[in-house]
Ligand binder design. Sequence first.
Ligand code: ZN
Ligand code: ZN
Length: 340
Amino acid sequence: MAYRKSLLSQARRIEIVEAEMPAEIPPGQARLRLGTASICGTDMHYFRHFANAGFELDYPTTLGHEACAYVVDANGAALADGALVAINPIIECGKCDRCATGDINMCATKQFPGSATTKPHIDGFFREYFDFPIHNLHVVDPATNPDHLTFTEPLACAMHCVRRAGITADSSVLITGCGPMGLLAVVGAAALGAEVHVTDLKQGAIEVAQSVGATKGFLIGTNGPAVPANTYDVVIEASGSPHAYNQALEAVRKQGVVAVLSLIQPSPVPINLHLVALKEITTIGSILYTDDFSAALDLIQSGTVDFDRLIGGRFSVSQTQSACEFMAGGEAIGKVLIKP
Ligand SMILES: [Zn+2]
Ligand SMILES: [Zn+2]
């Protein structure tokens, strides 16, 4: 079976190749046709540098770990032909001490598609067809919009952070940065009933945040109202900027929580860590998700969130290079989607 796939062959270069699916589907896996995939910040690091967080790709690899798909061949499993499935991309070992506690995001030997941390690399989802473990597929109502269903993985990451930060209906929350992760953190915090404010450099991104649950936005770098100091119960840093992290330490109330959802890269900008001691700030990190995947799936299927507001563009697999360039240009607000 011939199909089209995108391959990142070097930094900023994605080739479209005609490939052949293996004749045999690996045991325990099903054959799937892409519904919708979406580009993550991690994919952008690989696109820009052929590496992410110090992990370099060894050879050309298909990016993409956020997707939903249709079952083409269930390979003996109880999955209907054509069933729409959300895909949990974490393939945990199931045997280590972290897997035993359900913390699959901490599994030292987990495999993850489109990532240099998995050796040999597993091709990701920016392609028309792929095989993936049946264990990782979640069948949903076929009426679910695949362009919304692809949000399950990134929404799970955001909801994991919201949960770790201890946000409740009574919390006042500031989210620094309205990129896709910041916007999804707004969705997750607002779903719990928290009061959510945001910051961003773009008025358009703030408006999108307000359309999905934020009640106030601060436009950074202008003469507009300043972010209040010592105010918020929880600040979620979602921009990746060390300046925003310093802002988070200022804006959080005494004995509040600063949660880091972004990957702040090494930088010469000094971090004002004295505030952590002086204000007794609890700082927490958050990466990927555990059983938040099901919670994200439930929230998407509830139909209460207008995910159309969070879609920044749609491209085909053949246009993956353009999709990544568009995302790298920084003008996109929301998620950039890849369709077959
Ligand atoms: Zn992601
Ligand atoms: Zn494990």
